[in-house]
Design a protein around this ligand. Structure first.
Ligand SMILES: Nc1ncnc2c1ncn2[C@@H]1O[C@H](COP(=O)(O)OP(=O)(O)OP(=O)(O)O)[C@@H](O)[C@H]1O
Ligand SMILES: [Mg+2]
Length: 261
């Protein structure tokens, strides 16, 4: 990794690689709904900084989930490291603080990649299938990442035709998305949690390699308690079910990220 020796510009973090590389938090490049992205002295590295802000329904509903940024940062990093070991390349480099992580900078492929194991949310609504129906096999769908259009459903032909991705990209993404599902389903299953569905994003590094980016957290997954089917994810916020913070904490506890209290 290229070292940054520029002084006094931003907060410095040391990465525990062989050279104890210094990453410097420079200008903010982008502020999203859940995270801020900052430049560093290395053009191939950015810092993501997780916020407690919560939004739903394409930004129409806004709120705060206290402590969410810390949980989502730590959970994503924990899962990304496990996914790397399971053969899915990710953007993870190193956790710098409770809310900040150094990641490989990518050009995000403008597709939200959604995998489902159980019917819920927009799938249930669109197809008239009751929430909780166990799908006969996992499904995959894409949404076109465009806030102004409300992230509409798109298929692979559309994505290729508008230049959002190539056939090769789609094949790679599809393969990784099901690998992520296989891993997460088993991992959360062992923690007493059913993985209902999730959304992931992929990006391309400078050399064109596709890697898993963004996050995997209760913001981006539906988690139901295996026994009670209680919702342990952002649906508690979307649907005003209460106990939002507790649900995020509960998932963190179940996977061993925080101590039982
Ligand atoms: N490794 C990465 N390199 C560059 N950008 C990234 C990387 N990982 C995630 N991002 C992008 O960081 C942005 C900030 O995240 P956040 O989740 O707050 O965005 P968002 O409000 O959901 O907006 P968007 O509609 O762009 O996804 C997102 O656009 C996401 O695609
Ligand atoms: Mg997001």
């Amino acid at each position: 990794m290229v070292c940054s020796h520029r002084k006094t510009l931003g907060k410095q973090h040391t990465i525990s690689d062989e050279e104890d590389t210094v990453v410097e938090k420079l200008d903010m490049i982008y502020e999203g709904k859940a995270k801020k992205v900052f430049k560093t002295g290395d053009e191939n590295v950015v810092i993501v900084d997780y916020k407690d802000d919560a939004t739903a329904f394409n930004g129409e509903k806004k709120g705060t989930i206290v402590g969410k940024g810390v949980i989502n940062n730590k959970m994503t990093n924990f899962l990304f490291q496990k996914l790397e070991k399971a053969g899915v390349p990710t953007h993870y480099i190193e956790e710098l603080s409770d809310r900040e992580t150094a990641v490989k900078k990518v050009k995000i492929i403008p597709l939200e990649v959604i995998v489902r194991n159980v019917a819920a949310g927009s799938f249930s609504k669109r197809l008239g299938i009751e929430e909780g129906f166990q799908l006969l096999c996992p499904t995959l769908e894409f949404s076109y990442k465009d806030d102004a259009l409300g992230d509409p459903l798109i298929n692979d032909y559309f994505a290729i035709a508008i230049g959002a991705a190539t056939r090769e990209d789609i094949d790679t993404i599809t393969k990784y998305a099901f690998m992520v599902n296989d891993f997460l389903k088993e991992f959360f299953g062992e923690c007493g949690i059913d993985l209902i569905d999730f959304k992931i994003e992929f990006g391309k590094t400078d050399d064109g390699t596709i890697i898993l980016a963004d996050e995997i957290s209760p913001d981006t997954c539906r988690f139901w308690d295996k026994k009670t089917h209680e919702k342990l994810d952002k649906d508690r916020f979307r649907r005003d079910l209460g106990g939002v913070e507790d649900a995020y904490q509960e998932v963190a506890k179940r996977i061993g990220l925080v101590q039982e209290s």
